[in-house]
Design a protein around this ligand. Structure first.
Ligand SMILES: Nc1nc2c(c(=O)[nH]1)N[C@H]1C(S)=C(S)[C@@H](COP(=O)(O)OP(=O)(O)OC[C@H]3O[C@@H](n4cnc5c(=O)[nH]c(N)nc54)[C@H](O)[C@@H]3O)O[C@H]1N2
Ligand SMILES: Nc1nc2c(c(=O)[nH]1)N[C@H]1C(S)=C(S)[C@@H](COP(=O)(O)OP(=O)(O)OC[C@H]3O[C@@H](n4cnc5c(=O)[nH]c(N)nc54)[C@H](O)[C@@H]3O)O[C@H]1N2
Ligand SMILES: [Mo]
Length: 697
């Protein structure tokens, strides 16, 4: 397309998956715009993605393959041709694959730079499965909640922005909607016009909490206790939906007994809210209908995160809120998309017995001879769609691993990121404007096609094409390695599920996006047949007992809290939360000038009492540390955070941070109770003022 408007999809890791219109003039993208006809996008894009064109044509964009010339971590490279790069990478990977340690010494590392089915999880998976590389458990974001929800309800579904406007009582629970799910906001506004009350449950008064009717600042990681305390009042006062519980759930009697232990007084002490407020909250929640809970990621980044999601998610089962349009709870809607992932990824090629490495334990995997899980050392790391030297926890150990001279590292990227600085080869990848893809969503029910709108910038190639070329060079001759991107999209869409009826490539080409064939009056658990082992909503989940957890909803305190580890909490008395920075997308957009300016320098938010006892004043340079590492920031003294909590919005690039350190120097590789998830917010730290000169490290 030389001039005109091309339909695309925002590729980023966000529930909103916007339909994007790309304006092209003379072969160059000039502007991106939210599709005004899309019922969820509603014509607007977010702060970050509005800058997508600026990012695409950024002066630092990678245009040719780069070969490392300096020491690892220094970021000195020389340009090379694709033939040189691919020949060398194919040779090295083949050597390792056929060498003493075998193919499992190769580890892929990818996450959510793009969520497109083709560029995120197709040719890459075929490639690594066919050669028998180690498997990566992609746990960094959502697995705690996915498992917590999964053992309770099966597939993840819930009201979308199209239904949520009907709700009259709304809890934004562990979600910063205006930053991380902004296209839900118009629905919340509609609900409010209809008389809805909106309450934020968050240790921080975020920009979202400030816009709500009320903000309940609970102690981090105590969400399950709050939900149990609410259930206590609901059962005690007879406000439960007994018919719903009897018909659709197993184990509700045991839950009633469990909740009986959570008196308002006990709950108050655990969560840090007044007992009376817990009483009234429970009654308001149970009696104002429809009630909708948007529970999101904040509460699952603590050790007990899986249990927290599971426990909160049962509130609408207790009250029967699921029966009503707009009622219930939404963690994710991804379970509604029934695409053919196996056709794309070919899991049938995985050699039996292949080991799995948890991505959040990358530091451990790279620094232990048995990769921390048994088996061969990791000798090659192939990174794409991710920036682990910024986003992974416990960065000190990650960096030590990446510095290993005997580690062969390939990074496919748009920029020389923190991770790319450690690479032997950096390969230029295309952006969403330059390749095909198809996108499911986890905050609504539309499938979206992305068509390329411009030619690749420089010599960049789609991930899929890089893996196709590598496969050919490494002698992998299965015809599946010759499928082009449009063929891959067609394969993904092959599905006999009724919700995919009529959702075809042709319609996507015609319209850009298509709603799944689910009923308009979408109430997924009104009369549920959940795909759980019992076919019911599992209030008691015996499979949890098998992994050593309580089969009933329960409160598991954060691992680094005073409740669980008083000795540690005495040394590190502040719980550090590091949720997304409004103008950034994880570690993406950090180098886009407008957005970097909007975010400003690293800040450390403290309650006035916590600042006072440490002799810290507003704008002081501070050091935040624990036994894993430290980073620097500038103090913001504010009652937006509760006492006992510190906040530094992240994720930032180490190379653009004071002393080369970020919040993730302090976070840990500990996993959540379920799903092996990350515990970024279960992070005890201490903070001190430092002389400005010292902050240079
Ligand atoms: N602008 C922007 N949008 C994004 C992202 C981004 O980086 N930037 N990242 C995207 C991705 S990958 C994800 S996973 C989502 C994440 O977005 P959200 O689902 O909103 O999750 P978080 O921002 O991690 O946390 C949400 C809120 O939970 C609060 N919180 C922390 N601990 C607790 C707790 O124990 N209990 C409760 N109730 N609240 C707690 C935090 O203070 C925060 O305000 O956002 C996506 N959208
Ligand atoms: N402290 C702390 N740490 C966190 C979080 C937090 O809240 N606090 N959030 C966590 C969460 S929820 C998540 S999901 C992870 C996110 O971690 P990641 O998935 O690693 O996300 P990004 O940091 O956005 O890095 C994605 C990289 O992929 C690149 N990329 C984008 N598109 C393409 C493409 O088509 N091809 C290739 N080859 N590369 C591409 C981008 O340039 C970018 O550098 O971070 C986690 N880390
Ligand atoms: Mo995420």
């Amino acid at each position: 397309m030389q001039t005109g408007i091309v339909r695309g999809a925002c590729p980023h890791d966000c529930p909103d998956t916007c339909a994007m219109l790309v304006h092209v003039r003379d072969g160059r993208a000039v502007r991106v715009q939210g599709d005004p006809d899309h019922p969820v996008t509603q014509g607007f894009l977010c702060t970050k993605v509005n800058r997508y064109v600026e990012r695409t044509y950024h002066a630092d964009r990678l245009t040719v393959p780069l070969r490392r010339v300096g020491p690892k971590g220094e970021g000195r490279f020389e340009p090379a041709t694709w033939d040189q790069a691919l020949d060398d990478i194919a040779r090295r990977l083949n050597e390792i694959r056929h060498g003493a340690h075998g193919p499992q010494a190769i580890l892929p590392y990818s996450y959510s730079g793009t969520l497109g089915k083709v560029q995120n999880e197709s040719m890459d998976r075929r490639f690594f499965h066919r050669i028998g590389a180690s498997l990566l458990d992609r746990t960094i974001c959502a697995t705690a909640g996915s498992v917590g929800w999964g053992v309770t309800y099966g597939d993840r579904m819930g009201p979308t922005p199209e239904e949520a406007g009907h709700a009259r009582f709304i809890l934004l629970w562990g979600t910063n909607t205006l930053t991380s799910n902004p296209h839900l906001w118009p629905a919340l506004r509609r609900a409010r016009e209809g008389g809805a009350r909106i309450i934020a449950i968050d240790p921080i008064r975020t920009r979202t909490a400030a816009q709500c009717d009320e903000h309940l600042a609970i102690r981090p990681g105590t969400d399950a206790a709050l939900a149990l305390g609410m259930m206590h009042v609901i059962f005690r006062d007879g406000l439960q939906d007994a018919d719903y519980l009897r018909e659709h759930t197993v184990g509700w009697e045991a839950l009633r007994e469990r909740a009986a232990e959570w008196t308002p007084a006990r709950t108050a002490e655990t969560v840090g809210l007044p007992a009376e407020r817990i009483e009234t909250l429970a009654r308001e929640y149970a009696t104002t209908r429809p009630s909708f809970i948007r529970l999101n990621y904040g509460l699952q980044r603590h050790h007990g995160g899986g249990m927290a999601v599971r426990t909160v998610s049962l509130l609408p089962a207790v009250t029967g809120a699921w029966r009503e349009l707009g009622g219930g709870a939404t963690l994710s809607t991804s379970g509604a998309f029934k695409l053919d992932g196996a056709a794309l990824q070919r899991p049938d090629w995985i050699p039996p017995g292949t080991r799995t490495i948890n991505m959040i334990r990358l530091g451990e995997a790279l620094t232990h001879p048995d990769a921390g899980v048994g088996g061969p050392p990791v000798q090659a790391l192939v990174v794409y769609n991710s920036n682990p030297a910024a986003v992974a926890p416990d960065l000190g150990q990650v960096r030590r691993g990446l510095l290993r001279d005997d580690l062969f590292t390939v990074v496919m990227e748009h920029f020389v990121t923190d991770t790319a600085r450690y690479a032997d080869w950096v390969l230029p990848a295309t952006t969403q404007l330059e390749h095909w893809d198809v996108h499911t969503a986890y905050g609504h029910l539309y499938l979206t096609l992305n068509r390329p709108s411009i030619a690749p910038v420089g010599e960049s190639l789609p991930n899929s094409e890089i893996f196709r070329r590598l496969a050919a060079r490494m002698g992998l001759d299965d015809p599946a390695f010759r499928d082009d991107d449009v063929t891959l999209i067609r394969q993904a869409l092959r599905s006999s599920h009724p919700w995919m009826e009529g959702v075809t490539f042709e319609r996507l080409v015609e319209d850009g996006w298509v709603r799944l064939n689910v009923p308009r009056d979408f109430r997924p658990y009104a009369d549920p047949r959940p795909n759980t082992p019992t076919g019911k909503i599992q209030i008691v989940a015996p499979e949890l007992e098998r992994i050593g957890l309580d089969p009933l909803p329960a409160y598991i305190p954060p691992a680094e809290s005073a409740d669980a580890d008083p000795a540690r909490a005495a040394r590190f008395p502040l719980m550090l939360l590091s949720p997304p920075e409004h103008p950034f997308m994880n570690s993406t957009f950090v180098n886009v000038p407008h957005l970097a300016r909007a975010a400003g320098e690293t800040k450390l938010l403290l309650h006035p009492n916590e600042a006072a006892v440490r002799g810290i004043s507003a704008d002081d340079p501070v050091r935040c540390w624990n036994d894993r590492g430290h980073f620097y920031g500038r103090a913001v003294v504010t009652d937006d955070v509760r006492p006992g909590v510190a906040v530094s919005y992240g994720v930032r690039w180490a190379m653009r941070s004071e002393g080369g350190h970020t919040v993730n120097d302090t976070t840990s590789q500990r996993v959540t109770d379920m799903g092996g998830g990350a515990t970024f917010y279960d992070n005890a730290v201490e903070v001190e003022a430092v002389p400005a000169a010292m902050a240079a490290d």
